[in-house]
Design a binder for this molecule. Structure first.
Ligand code: AKG
Length: 254
């Protein structure tokens, strides 16, 4: 499933790539469902204009204003996403990475199809996913499945190895909790970033405190990824927060 070296790598670096984890047939069925959900985009959808990141169209009426960034609630969109999200390939690995016997999938965080379009996509600045999430402990694992090639040119993700273990003072982040690029200490950290270059079926497991970022899509094709987040069943979301908005899904024990 995962060997000692892979688990150690995840603990030290805050991420791990497992090549070719999802079979081509499953990826192809996901791509078909997603293609049927794109024109028109089936709700719930997050548009590029909703995030207002660098490169986002200013409003829904401006050119590219109707570009989707994420098809939300992937888990309830189609059985193929549920099959992947609860598969032993994913769940047993997350269990090892979290060091937890029982885990649950969050319906509130990620749980989406990322669609990064050429032309109107935006860049995501450096951040830790946990910044807006509220759990007893900041230890969650997200699972990012590439449904095609991902690299810097089409807006693939970059990560900072070991950042999930750093104590990062509040002043190193801006008001929106992005890791500031205007202070030398942070620049030195950012220089250690590595790209997660992925091919279809490759799967990136990353910790909720790992700093990551991504550029705009400068290729000619849409980049599509499917992302789910998991927690130890005993690591509860704080009641009344967005992290507890919808109940989490307990994952099957092998
Ligand atoms: O694809 C991107 O722009 C990065 C997305 C991301 O980092 C996130 O959703 O946490």
């Amino acid at each position: 499933m995962l060997d000692h070296a892979e688990i150690t790598q995840f603990r030290e670096q805050g991420f791990l790539i497992v090549r070719n984890l999802a079979p081509e047939e499953l990826c192809s069925r996901m791509r078909d469902v997603i293609a049927d959900s794109m024109d028109p985009p089936l709700a719930p959808v997050e548009f590029e204009t909703d995030v207002q990141y660098p490169g986002s169209p200013t409003d829904r009426l401006s050119p590219g204003g109707d570009t989707p960034r994420r098809l939300l609630h992937a888990y309830t969109r189609d059985a193929i996403f549920r099959q992947w999200a609860t598969s032993a390939s994913v769940v047993d690995r997350v269990r090892l990475l979290l060091g937890a016997q029982d885990i649950a999938l969050s319906q509130n965080h990620h749980n989406c199809v990322m669609t990064k379009h050429p032309g109107f996509s935006s860049a995501t600045l450096w951040h830790q996913d946990i910044r807006y999430w509220l759990f007893d402990q900041p230890n969650l694992v997200s699972v990012w499945l590439a449904l095609g090639d991902e690299n810097d040119r089409n807006g693939g993700v970059w990560l900072i190895p070991g950042s999930h273990r750093e104590h990062l003072e509040r002043g190193r982040f801006d008001g929106a909790l992005f890791f500031r690029q205007d202070i030398p200490g942070n620049q030195a950290t950012i220089e250690t970033a590595v790209p997660a270059e992925l091919a279809c079926g490759d799967t990136l497991f990353f910790h909720s405190r790992t700093l990551h970022a991504a550029n705009r899509n400068r290729s000619g094709a849409i980049k599509i990824s499917v992302v789910f987040t998991y927690r130890d069943i005993n690591n509860h979301p704080l009641a009344g927060t967005r992290s507890a908005a919808f109940p989490d899904i307990p994952c099957p024990v092998a």
